[in-house]
Design a protein around this ligand. Structure first.
Ligand code: HEC
Length: 461
């Protein structure tokens, strides 16, 4: 997002501070602990944020802007609203933290007694999860120009694995951390890898690497400032022998030319996991069959999809995807007894911050639970993130001007022998939706062929 956009959104949503705070708020006593805990992981030298927030001078210099972007919940970046279940490592400020920052700025940002300030936070350097089982490096570097639009690009690392492996975590160490905004990981067995790389090199579109019609199995990802995490014990994502690692990078030019050549650490499960993970994506196929056709000016185009769980499942994480004009994303679970729980609620989608949200505790969703997902888009002029000025007709596709959208819940069957039932039922759902839409629009058949060339649509063992 550009600076102007951030500010614009910030000013529109700015709210005042509450009054239940100590009369005199100081940096040393009240604000430093919040900033060190919530901001410094990214706002320190060598990390991706544009300036440090480690001292009174750093923070007070940016005080007004900090008040605005925190009130608007633009910073810390964390798009998920509080839902029915808490997320692991949530970055969202508590109301108290937010009010403290607002009141401090209003009171003229007093410094207070430096002796009361907490020690500067210490950050682990080196591999965050200990020594990886396998360390690999990109064999050539990629150059990001000083200026220009953000770049989305697939870069490959051949693995030459002699056996199947099960991945519990991937840690990426960029050579040039400032320029890497987020990265998605895939296991890729695309036969014609070189042809695809050549296509990407030739393509002028910044989103050339956003294609979904590939034989790629998602392995997670990392956004700026996020820590790598091990999947809970007993879980792992398969990395079949012969596959490559494929990384989809989002690069954000920094004002000087950068070259990126990442090193990657892989952490493997010692044995094949007890449970098989599967992604329940709704709407299916990123909305390809949802009749995405958004008129210019339409500010609330909504698609929905539902799926009833045929077996008991355990939910591990949830994520969402859309392009620039995505607006809201929501998934709820309606339990067999009628209780409705919110799994994900994003009210102000931002393409730049595509986090995956891990539930603090795995959630049991009993057989018969209905998952409902809803994605909406704002194709009006009032959407500061709209890449088309004036807005144009928007349909499903992979380019910057196109859209797609879905919420994806990562689950495993509570009883492993139920996997086939879960997998088959979900695939039936995908086929039904596809058949209905193809009857209305036969041209979709071509796209479907590309997609079902995929090893297993929606499966992410
Ligand atoms: C996960 C990493 C991360 C965390 C945590 C984070 N920031 Fe940021 N911040 C960024 C990045 C990256 C940018 C640059 C703009 C962008 O890419 O969206 C930024 C930009 C900003 C800006 C400039 C906005 C503008 O309009 O130029 C301010 C102010 C800011 N952050 C304040 C904060 C504060 C205050 C906190 C903690 C309460 C915080 N940030 C936490 C990554 C982070």
């Amino acid at each position: 997002m550009t600076k102007t956009n951030l500010l614009l959104t910030a000013l529109v949503t700015f709210t005042g501070a509450a009054s239940s705070l100590p009369a005199q708020i100081t940096f040393s006593k009240d604000v430093a602990p919040i900033v060190y805990h919530r901001c410094a992981s990214c706002h320190r030298p060598g990390e991706a944020a544009p300036f440090s927030l480690l001292s009174y001078d750093d923070v007070s210099k940016h005080g007004k802007l900090i008040a605005a972007v925190t009130a608007a919940r633009i910073m810390p970046p964390w798009k998920a609203e509080p839902a029915s279940y808490s997320y692991r490592d949530a970055r969202r400020l508590t109301d108290d933290e937010l009010n403290t920052i607002q009141a401090w700025v209003k009171q003229g940002m007093p410094k207070g007694d430096p002796a009361k300030a907490p020690a500067l936070p210490e950050f682990t350097s080196g591999w965050q999860l200990g020594t990886p089982d396998l360390i690999v490096k990109m064999d050539k570097s990629f150059t990001i120009p000083a200026e220009g639009a953000d770049i989305y690009r697939y870069l490959r690392i051949p693995l030459n694995l002699p056996d199947d492996k099960w991945v519990r975590a991937i840690e990426l160490r960029p050579s040039s951390r400032q320029v890497v905004h987020h990265v998605l990981y895939f296991a890729d067995s695309t036969a014609d890898a070189q042809k695809i790389e050549a296509e990407e090199d030739a393509s002028k579109s910044p989103m050339a690497g956003m294609k979904v019609n590939r034989d790629m199995v998602p392995l997670g990802g990392v956004a700026v400032g996020a820590q790598p995490h091990l999947l809970p014990a007993g879980l792992g994502l398969i990395l079949p022998k012969g596959t490559d690692l494929m990384f989809q990078y989002h690069f954000h030019p920094t004002g000087k030319e950068e070259t990126e050549q990442s090193t990657v650490g892989l952490y493997f499960a010692k044995e094949a996991p007890e449970h098989t993970l599967i992604s329940i994506q709704l709407p299916v196929a990123y909305g390809l069959f949802s009749g995405l056709n958004i008129a210019p000016g339409e500010n609330d185009f909504t698609v929905r999809d539902s799926f009833v769980l045929p077996v008991d499942v355990e939910a591990v994480s949830i994520g969402a995807h859309a392009h620039y004009i995505g607006k809201t994303m929501k998934m709820t679970a309606t339990f067999p007894d009628g209780k409705i729980k919110t799994l994900l609620d994003i009210k102000d989608w931002d393409f730049a911050w595509q986090d995956r949200y891990f539930f603090e505790n795995i959630i049991l969703l009993p057989k018969g639970t209905r998952l409902d997902s809803q994605v909406s888009w704002d194709n009006s002029d009032n959407n500061p993130k709209n890449p088309s000025r004036p807005p144009i007709q928007v349909t499903w596709g992979e380019q910057t001007k196109d859209e797609m959208g879905a919420v994806t819940l990562q689950v495993f069957p509570a009883v492993e022998s139920d996997f086939a039932t879960l997998h088959t039922t979900y695939r039936q759902h995908v086929r039904e939706i596809a058949r209905m839409r193809i009857m209305q629009d036969p041209s979709l058949l071509v796209k479907v062929r590309e997609l079902t060339g995929n090893s297993d649509l929606g499966k992410s063992r």
